[in-house]
Design a protein around this ligand. Structure first.
Ligand SMILES: Cc1ncc(C[n+]2csc(CCOP(=O)(O)OP(=O)(O)O)c2C)c(N)n1
Ligand SMILES: [Mg+2]
Length: 571
């Protein structure tokens, strides 16, 4: 027999039915009934109370990226909901499934500028895949199910459920046979066998094929198929920033990240390729540089679940609307192999001639620390990053072996993402080592979540690459604005070791090149959370670099001797 329950209790039950383990939340007036239902339902779902709603949102995002399951956020109305906008945008840009539940004023007060009333439906519309304002308590269970379906199907993304307090408090009897409404968007497109056939043909006849693996490979759980296709057809793979982990980056067929700060050999592979096969990447401007010259002499095949991405950024020869896993599985069902020995030799020679390099002569480099982390962890840990120079160096020097082991804000480039996403990732993968690489600037945007790390004793290792600058912006000012530094000095940084210690977190410092290996080892050995303040060289630039909006033939592999023209047409 169904019994009477509140809308909030029904919500919690339906989250349980959707296998939710954690709610990342921050309470407030309009959300109290929902927080109360966490108690009254005696649910097994664990509440992780963040210190700021943005922190909660990025934790849920990190959880989702590390687990492959949607992350759940619970916040109050008005300012609470406002504080998750950046988190929603970050997830939306990177196609990460999230369910955000926002408390709302009671229905009779909507539109009256009531206390902490905000039009969350419209505020979140452009940064969500879908959103709901639930006005009928009977609709709560079905809305939750539908939200999960939408968040996880097709091209995943965040979904908001705005729940007025009188709806969450209302009592109702759920119909005994309330079946989840499963909707049309859950349908995935059928693979066209001719497309699979044509790709086999391309992989066999092309002289210089390259696969670009994007986030879609991981979202579709297609990494195993992708690895097999690459091996069977002897085809090099380059990854986007978010595609890292789609292939084992320590394997010979992996050539690292492509694009603005990609490896010289990955970019060269794309520049020289006669066939470019993109799987689950949207040809972001950081990838293509200049959309006209990108792959202009190559056959371009674009496999994407989202039709809207086809032809959006560049011309295509073949657009394939498919789920990456289904499509690559169909490719693998066909007979045939290929060998591209000359092409591989050409790329391997290039890799030998243009390796990633660094030099500690002018001071401790971030790359040295990143290489030590990569080597001491045997490339086995989960790495999350913040945004800036350290992020690009981490993408270059931390080789990712496994899917869901690389967590970084790509499309939105959200500073403040690194620490909270690491906490979410650690909760998702308690048995794995989680490393977070953050800048001194971005760390201070969400550093308050050290409290969450301390409370739950989440054993992340957080390396603050402390160059005392908003380094990436400083780099652009140096290269494109005649080194006129404006608004990039981080004077006033606190003592990060003392700060971490004040949260009860073990803190260490790396002062110079000689400390690197021993401090990294000590940090990795410590069982609990550790913050490592790394006093790195202040002024150093990330190379290779393709200036924004330029073609691959403009790649700089070292410092230019003159000021470059300002980027045009793209930031
Ligand atoms: C929320 C937000 N504000 C501003 C920016 C613009 N931005 C991009 S990189 C960067 C510098 C980051 O500095 P830091 O965190 O110290 O990292 P570093 O580049 O020095 O490694 C800034 C300000 C951003 N990406 N996100
Ligand atoms: Mg910095």
């Amino acid at each position: 027999m169904s019994h009477a329950q509140t809308g909030a209790e029904a919500l919690i039950r339906q989250l349980e039915a959707n296998n939710v383990e954690y709610i990342f939340g921050y309470s407030g007036g309009a959300a109290i009934p929902i927080f109360d239902a966490i108690q009254t339902t005696k649910t097994n779902i664990k509440l992780i109370q963040a210190r700021h709603e943005q922190g909660a949102a990025h934790m849920a995002d990190g959880y989702a990226r590390a687990s492959g399951k949607p992350g759940v956020i619970l916040v109050t109305s008005g300012p609470g909901a406002g504080n998750i906008i950046t988190g929603l945008m970050t997830a939306h840009m990177d196609s990460v499934p999230l369910i955000a539940i926002t408390g709302q004023q009671i229905r009779p007060m909507l539109g009256l500028d009531a206390f902490q009333e905000a039009d969350v439906f419209n505020l979140t519309m452009p940064v969500t895949k879908h959103n709901y304002l639930v006005t009928d308590v009977q609709a709560v269970p079905a809305t939750v199910d539908e939200a999960f379906t939408i968040a996880t199907s097709g091209r995943p993304g965040p979904v908001v459920i705005d729940l007025p307090k009188d709806v969450s408090s209302a009592t109702f009897v759920a119909p005994k046979t309330s079946k989840a409404r499963r909707i049309a968007c859950a349908n995935t497109p059928a693979v066209k066998q001719a497309d699979a056939e044509a790709l086999v043909d391309t992989l066999q006849t092309a002289k210089r094929p390259v696969i670009i693996a994007g986030h879609g490979v991981l979202l579709a759980d297609a990494w195993q198929e992708l690895r097999e296709v690459s091996q069977r057809f002897d085809t090099p793979v380059v990854t986007t920033l978010l595609g890292k982990g789609a292939v084992d980056e320590t394997s010979p067929l992996a050539y690292g990240m492509l694009g603005m700060h990609g490896t010289a050999y990955a970019n060269n592979a794309v520049l020289k390729a006669d066939a470019i096969i993109s799987v689950g990447s949207r040809f972001d401007d950081r990838i293509i540089g200049d959309g006209v010259s990108f792959g202009k002499d190559a056959l371009i095949v674009h496999i994407d679940i989202d039709r809207a991405e086809h032809g959006k950024m560049i011309r295509l020869d073949r657009a394939i609307h498919a789920n990456a896993k289904d499509f690559l599985a169909a490719v693998l069902r066909r007979p045939g192999t290929a060998k591209h020995s000359n092409w591989r030799k050409q790329l391997n020679d290039y890799r030998r001639r243009m390796p990633l390099i660094y030099n500690d002569a002018a001071g401790l480099t971030q790359q040295h620390i990143l290489e030590a982390i990569d080597s001491q962890t045997n490339s086995e840990s989960i790495v999350t990053t913040d945004v800036g120079q350290h992020q690009m160096w981490a993408a270059q020097f931390c080789r990712v072996k496994h899917p869901h082991h690389w967590i970084s804000s790509g499309g939105a480039g959200t500073m403040g993402f690194g620490l909270p996403s690491a906490l979410g990732a650690q909760l998702a993968q308690p048995g794995k080592q989680v490393i977070s690489i953050v800048g001194d600037g971005g760390f201070q945007m969400t550093e308050y979540e050290l409290a969450t790390a301390a409370v739950h004793q989440l054993p992340i290792k957080l390396f603050i690459m402390n160059n005392h600058y908003l380094g990436m912006v400083r780099q652009w000012q140096e290269l494109f604005y005649e080194n006129r530094l404006s608004g990039v000095d981080m004077e006033g940084n606190p003592d990060f070791v003392a700060l971490a210690a004040s949260y009860g977190i073990k803190a260490m410092q790396i002062d110079g090149a000689k400390d690197v290996e021993s401090v990294v080892a000590k940090a990795l050995r410590h069982p609990g959370p550790v913050v490592i303040n790394c006093e790195v060289i202040k002024e150093d630039n990330v190379y290779p670099m393709i200036p924004a909006g330029r073609g691959y033939d403009s790649m700089l592999t070292s410092a230019p001797t003159t000021t470059l023209e300002k980027p045009v047409g793209s930031t």
